[in-house]
Write a protein that binds this ligand. Structure first.
Ligand code: 13P
Ligand code: SF4
Length: 301
């Protein structure tokens, strides 16, 4: 089957089953094209919380589908490729977080949404790259703040809010491998361009940027600007190029690819809808505590 045949089969089956397809901004374009909603982690969790559909196909990575299931437990949430994980989310376990917390006096633990359900359950409040600063600002000034697992987003939040934050040393391998030297080279290649980056980038890279934001924040920036270097995973650049063919956009690097985000192909989405696989389940013992940290985050406006 070619791309269009696959897409029309998916859309027909989706209609028949009254399902909804959610996709993250880093998904391949062919998958973004058949999605009912495309967004960043914060938007996807807000959409999940308000869903009417009982069948959800989540084109993204495990922690995103798990967050949707947490927020909408009565829905059947499907992840088309079970092995689509996030290596950063695996950089801290619930057990490691318990030992980390024990080193501090009554700390407030903030977990990036790129984390396991167990880590969310051990945390006080969750955050995404779209609301990390608001979440940190909501914490009383006398509290010790621990941030897991992303040291780069945590350090960006500390710098922007002026709060002292103890960081777990996790990172996203896709963003971590962008160096300041790469940035200087790309800026030389595109003189006069603005540089926008994701806060999962290293602090020395963020320091060279004109703007740092979640993938949605980056989309909003490009809506209002031209001549922009897009400093994140290539899926976002592909989406922006398709959306704004008249704009001068450049990727920070063409090889900045998250292999996990690229595992979901149209064939997988179709099979997932046909067989209703792979269904996300969450251990009931920890669901309530994990949900509480995600709901606390969603209440922060
Ligand atoms: P956003 O929430 O900004 O889309 O980021 C998710 C992610 O995994 C970035 O690597
Ligand atoms: Fe995880 Fe990085 Fe991929 Fe985002 S880009 S899903 S943080 S590995």
């Amino acid at each position: 089957m070619n791309k269009f045949e696959l897409q029309s089969k998916i859309l027909k089956l989706k209609e028949e089953k009254q399902a909804i397809i959610l996709a993250h901004n880093y998904q391949i374009l062919a998958v973004q094209e058949i999605a009912d909603f495309i967004g960043d982690s914060l938007q996807l969790s807000q959409v999940a919380a308000d869903l009417k559909q009982e069948l959800v196909v989540f084109c993204g990575v495990q922690f995103m589908a798990e967050t949707a299931k947490l927020l909408k437990p009565e829905a059947k949430v499907l992840l088309p490729v079970l092995e689509a994980g996030c290596p950063m989310a695996d950089m801290i376990t619930g057990e490691q977080l318990r030992s980390f917390k024990a080193l501090y006096d009554n700390p407030v633990v903030v977990c990036y949404v790129n984390s396991s359900i167990e880590v969310k359950a051990e945390s006080d409040i969750c955050c995404t790259s779209g609301n990390a600063l608001k979440v940190i600002n909501s914490i009383p000034a006398d509290k010790n703040i621990l941030f897991v697992p992303d040291r780069n987003l945590g350090s960006y939040a500390a710098q922007q809010t002026g709060r002292k934050i103890v960081l777990w040393q996790g990172y996203c391998n896709v963003h971590e491998r962008i160096s300041a030297a790469d940035v200087r080279a790309v800026k030389e290649k595109y003189p006069g361009y603005k540089l926008i980056v994701h806060p999962e980038c290293r602090p020395d890279v963020i320091a060279l940027a004109d703007f740092a934001a979640s993938t949605k924040g980056m989309i909003d920036y490009v809506a209002d600007h031209d001549n922009v270097i897009v400093g994140t995973e290539t899926g976002l650049y592909d989406q922006l190029q398709a959306r704004y063919p008249e704009k001068n956009l450049a990727p920070i690097s063409e090889s900045n690819i998250c292999i996990n985000m690229k595992k979901t192909r149209l064939e997988d989405v179709l099979r997932s809808l046909e067989r209703e696989e792979f269904e996300i389940t969450i251990a009931t013992e920890i669901a309530a505590r994990a949900l509480s940290s995600v709901e606390k985050m969603l209440r922060i406006k």
